[in-house]
Design a protein around this ligand. Structure first.
Ligand code: PMP
Length: 440
């Protein structure tokens, strides 16, 4: 049946399918980190629905919450009416936020994709400031709708698509391939200084913007953590100039980076947080959270039919509570640090591993061609062909891993936060073997 399903879907679905091209799997069952295909093969899932499944597939607390809601007779679709499920989800969400943010926060439920919550954040800050422009970063990924797409940095993604908005692109502190050619913390310092000078340069061509939007750890852009000092600099620079700071936590939120929210590492308090993916507990849910001072929206300013998905509220509340109660953010920090260290230790033996980086269970391995000349900062050119072979080698070994980054040469490990020590070792064994084979 696997081949028949793949054949029919290849024939009828759009050519824009993405994951289906890399993973010829027809999943029929899934449990925790394991996915079973229609051909009976089992895989360890290090993609987790693009970072969505904090608790892995079909976690009992999620299934129980969904079953209880189904059995309760609660309406499944209610637009944005008040429901007990939404009330409970909002409690769990606010309890998960840093108190300095939560104490003054309002939440707006969005049409349930991350990209719609990004649109809401942009519109909200444009409404509040009466300004239009947006400051965004190189390599950023914020979504596929016009405003979010305009803020997205990857030209490869954007090129064939329409986008809108006045965006000023700023250099993200990508230490390994530093836009200033120096790397490390010094590169981040130069990036911060550049941003500050540009905003204060009357001939720089940047009108006072409505917002700055950034990811504390870029995900699709290649798993690039921004240094805490840089994030604090962005907070200071925007605060001093009255520019709202939007942090896109769509991929980093709900424990993945080793704290409940990625902003906690640096301690910055943004004006707006965008969240989706894991907060819905595998069902579609997206929110924008913002300082109450910005709540000047008129009713209907940002609507959407599917803003009150009852099952998503129930699954999301159960997930957020379980991440907190089971200490899964701390667990992600611990296992992530161990996995990152073991991968980093491979660099000597496998020089195709150019860089290993990440935070918590958001880990990136940048694959390079060590025979080609390095750039000014010492980084060899990315090797997307090798990376594609590594992904295939992983799949052949029963491991689902996706690529990302500027050149599609970064192996992105996004396992569920519930990954066991044994599973982590198995993942690393398979990744190591796949890299060694591809590099041979
Ligand atoms: N922001 C970030 C940081 C993301 O990683 C993504 C999705 N990968 C989005 C926004 C868009 O979310 P969605 O695909 O649900 O629209």
């Amino acid at each position: 049946t696997r081949d028949a399903v793949l054949h029919r879907q290849n024939a009828r679905e759009s050519a824009a399918r993405t994951y289906a091209r890399s993973f010829p799997i027809v999943p029929v069952r899934a449990d925790g980190m394991t996915v079973e295909g229609a051909d009976g093969r089992r895989y360890l899932d290090c993609l987790s629905g693009a970072g969505t499944l904090a608790l892995g597939h079909n976690h009992p607390v999620v299934l129980d919450a969904v079953r209880r809601t189904l059995d309760s007779g609660a309406p499944l679709h209610v637009l944005d009416l008040a429901t007990r499920e939404k009330d409970d989800f909002t409690d769990a969400l606010f309890a998960s936020l840093p108190p300095a943010f939560a104490d003054h926060a309002k939440v707006h439920f969005c049409g349930p994709a991350g990209t719609d919550a990004v649109e809401a954040a942009l519109k909200l800050t444009q409404t509040a400031t009466g300004r239009r422009g947006v400051l965004a970063f190189t390599g950023a990924y914020h979504g596929m709708t016009a405003g979010a797409l305009a803020a997205t940095g990857s030209v490869a993604v954007k090129q064939p698509l329409p986008s809108a908005g006045e965006v000023t692109r700023l250099p993200y502190p990508y230490a390994y391939r530093c836009p200033f050619g120096v790397g490390g913390d010094r590169g981040a310092e130069l990036s911060a200084a550049y941003v500050e000078r540009l905003l204060d340069d009357p001939s720089g061509g940047v009108l006072p913007p409505a917002a700055m939007i950034l990811e504390a750890v870029q995900g699709e852009g290649g798993v690039i953590p921004a240094p805490d000092a840089w994030l604090r600099a962005m907070r200071r620079i925007t605060a001093e100039r009255g520019i709202p700071l939007i942090v896109d936590e769509v991929q980093t939120g709900a424990g993945r980076t080793g704290t409940m929210w990625a902003v906690e590492h640096s301690g910055i308090v943004p004006d707006v947080i965008v969240a989706s993916k894991a907060i819905g507990g595998s069902l579609p849910l997206a929110v924008v959270l913002y300082h109450e001072d910005y709540d000047g929206w008129r009713p209907g300013a940002h609507t959407g039919t599917f803003r009150g998905n009852t099952l998503a509220m129930a699954a999301g509340a159960a997930t957020l509570r379980h991440v907190a109660d089971a200490g899964l953010a701390a667990r992600a920090a611990l296992v992530g640090a161990r996995m990152t260290a073991r991968l980093d230790a491979l660099r000597g033996a496998l020089p195709v591993i150019g860089d290993v980086r990440g935070r918590g269970l958001m880990i990136g391995v940048e694959l390079v061609d060590p025979a080609a000349a390095p750039d000014a900062g010492g980084a060899h050119p990315a090797d997307p062909a090798l990376a594609a072979r590594v992904r295939e080698g992983c799949l052949a070994r029963g491991l689902i891993v996706e690529l990302g980054g500027r050149h599609d040469a970064v192996l992105r490990l996004l396992p569920p936060l519930t990954i066991t020590d044994e599973q982590a070792e198995t993942v690393l064994d398979r990744v190591t073997d796949a890299i060694a084979e591809a590099a041979a």
